[in-house]
Design a protein. Sequence first.
Length: 176
Amino acid sequence: MNKKLKTTELDRLGIEQFKEREKYPIIVVLDSIRSLHNVGSVFRTADAFRIEKVILCGLTAQPPHKDIHKTALGATETVEWEYYENVEDAIQEVRSQGFLIAAAEQAEDTVLLQDIHKKSHSKMAFVFGNEVFGVNQNVVSNADIVVEIPQFGTKHSFNVSVSVGIVLWEAMRPLI
């Protein structure tokens, strides 16, 4: 019979150990995310996958904030993050560092998420947009690729924090 593990039995990294460990070359860019709980959830997922950083843009709230902390559970202390007022400036900077820009959106000529590895690059930045309007059209037009998560039900989209988790899992699979 399987026994559920206690938190103390999980052998997770401490904050200083986490900061010293090499990060996976993946960046998450959040553009104008309204929900602070979504932002916190993304930080928590970014910590779990030990990605390089999260970039917050536009009206996306920044830590410290109690509503971000509520879902991040301390991940804002471990995950490196930056803020840019303009998402295009953030993307330009990330691209100059050698990252492939992948907009997570439904658009023409998308790459389905399960096929991302055929187009992948050693360093990838995934851009996620506003909960209502999605990724800015200018970002979609200028992305290196547009990644679409396949869906089979009646809804047109996932919650943004769920999308981040799905995309990061698929991006991480060949790295782990």
